[in-house]
Design a protein around this ligand. Structure first.
Ligand SMILES: Cc1cc2nc3c(=O)[nH]c(=O)nc-3n(C[C@H](O)[C@H](O)[C@H](O)COP(=O)(O)OP(=O)(O)OC[C@H]3O[C@@H](n4cnc5c(N)ncnc54)[C@H](O)[C@@H]3O)c2cc1C
Length: 478
């Protein structure tokens, strides 16, 4: 026990003890430490489920170090000022958020605390490379992914991960906090998250286990198998990364270590790291354009003629569009809080181009239903599909859901898992039962009764989307 006044250790979306600079700073400060988490009231429903379990795990890990996680809610500035007044804390350590909207208030908070005589230790957090740190030879920000990632690969690699501390001394007087259960983060009536638990192990230990399993089983052939939703061949680290239960630096070094042990993994490792690169690129874009979740990066798309159609939006959200691959993806999202990347692209394309609904509607639904919701990756990815982002897929490249389904879920195993009412259909019919409704009926699937008829005709919808694009171009040219 130390008689120095305490330091607040503020956990945010960095819910881990290892490779956590703020934790290392607090542990080596020689002060008693008050671990603190302040509830982010803006978090979506699925992410709140994750947060509950992640905090429970962190609570156990901190208890094992002889301390206790203090939970508080309210505006961060007020909570921290209150805690300082209450405990006499004279120092605080936290990792800066890579989200520019939060980073601005972090800076203001740090300034105010320093003026009040509090020692403030802040560190980079959550990314391999600080947003804005990677620039072109002439100091410009990159707008295209490939050269951005090449520059990242040429930059000094992320620091070797820090170990978790061996102790985190507690203050002599216990600090009161909320009970996790009183935050009511878990849904109850109805418990729409009951399918989540079998899929996930939130928390730092779960993140480490997931990474190890991925490296052992799937890293080597990642490049060849990553687009197949039926194979479950990607890392599924995204929620762990989104909550900071594992750092991208830990993932990076683990992948390199695996490569050193088995050079046959090199293609898989490069491809996998480049996906982490897209996460970096998304934050890099958000740092330059904090309005990215709301406004198209390409201003000429601001007046894109979208529709308002609540019935179609609801059918998409519920996985009842009549396009099996889209419906499987949307139901995977609802049942597990996650969706395979290839299917995210197909489902997003369907909303934007086949239904002509605003991409911001899809973004909002994902923000509420994804356990891995990440403000930068979600916005950059929606804009990528909508053709209005940096280095985006051009709008006129419109996914055909049936062809995507045949290519990436060839035997329909993914569809059978999430759209069980189609399970009896033969492989060649499962991707598009509406192509032969009589045959589907002979297999026990009557369209409109057992499964919806397509809510739009893809070919007609494609023409409508291209006409909308042409009208936008005309309007912008006028
Ligand atoms: C419309 C749409 C919305 C998306 N919203 C999110 C989101 O809110 N949060 C999120 O983490 N990802 C989002 N993604 C990106 C991607 O789908 C997920 O990161 C990926 O499916 C997570 O699965 P995984 O961990 O198995 O990925 P892996 O294939 O194992 O990749 C490893 C890691 O790289 C990162 N990554 C992979 N692909 C991308 C990508 N395209 N963009 C940014 N980072 C990537 C993730 O952190 C991922 O965990 C979205 C993609 C689309 C098309």
């Amino acid at each position: 026990m130390t008689d120095r006044r305490p330091m607040i250790l503020w956990f945010r979306r960095d819910l881990r003890l290892s490779d956590q600079q703020a934790v290392a700073s607090a542990a080596s400060s020689g002060r008693p430490v008050i671990p603190l988490h302040i509830l982010d009231e803006t978090m979506g429903g699925a992410a709140r489920w994750w947060l509950h379990h992640s905090l429970a795990g962190l609570h156990r890990d901190i208890a094992a170090l002889g301390n206790r996680l203090v939970l508080r809610r309210g505006p961060a500035t007020e909570v921290i000022a209150g805690l300082i007044a209450e405990t006499g804390a004279e120092a605080i350590a936290f990792n800066r958020s890579p989200d520019p909207a939060v980073a601005a208030s972090d800076e203001a908070l740090a300034r105010r605390l320093r003026q009040a005589g509090i020692e403030v230790i802040t560190s980079d957090g959550g990314l391999l490379f600080e947003p804005g740190g990677i620039r072109t030879g002439t100091g410009q920000r990159f707008r295209v992914f490939t050269p951005f990632w090449r520059a990242c690969r040429a930059a000094p690699p992320p620091a070797w991960p820090l170990p978790a501390p061996e102790a985190l001394p507690a203050p002599s007087t216990p600090v009161a906090g909320d009970k996790l259960d009183d935050w009511c983060l878990l849904p109850t009536a109805p418990d729409w998250a009951r399918g989540f638990a079998p899929c996930w192990q939130p928390g730092e230990a779960g993140a480490r286990a997931r990474l190890a399993a991925f490296i052992r089983h799937d890293l080597r052939d990642y490049g060849a198998r990553r687009d197949r939703p039926d194979l479950q061949a990607t890392s599924r680290l995204s929620p762990h990364l989104a909550f900071g239960e594992i750092s991208p630096g830990q993932v990076w070094h683990a992948a390199h270590h695996a490569l050193a042990r088995d050079p046959a993994r090199s293609t898989g490792v490069e491809r996998f790291l480049s996906e982490l690169g897209w996460r970096e690129f998304s934050y890099h874009l958000l740092a330059a354009e904090p309005e990215m979740p709301r406004r198209p990066l390409r201003p000429e798309f601001a007046r894109f003629p979208t529709l308002r159609d609540d019935t179609a939006l609801r059918a998409w959200q519920r996985g009842l569009t009549g396009y099996p691959i889209v419906d499987a993806g949307m139901r995977e999202l609802w049942q597990t809080g996650w969706m395979h990347n290839r299917v995210r692209m197909v489902a997003a394309s369907f909303l934007i181009k086949d239904l002509l609904l605003p991409w911001t509607e899809g973004l909002a639904w994902f923000a509420d239903t994804l356990v891995d919701h990440d403000v930068a990756s979600n916005a950059a990815s929606w804009q990528w599909v909508a053709g209005c982002g940096a280095d985006a897929a051009p709008f006129f490249r419109i996914f055909n859901p049936t062809l995507q389904s045949r290519k990436f879920d060839p035997a329909g195993a993914y569809i059978r898992r999430f759209v069980p009412e189609l399970a009896r259909l033969p492989d060649e019919l499962i991707h598009a039962p509406a192509a032969d409704p009589d045959r589907a009926a002979r297999h026990g699937v009557v369209l409109g009764r057992d499964y919806p008829a397509p809510i739009v005709d893809h070919d007609a919808a494609r023409q409508r989307a291209l006409a909308a694009l042409a009208s936008l171009k005309q309007e912008n040219a006028a």
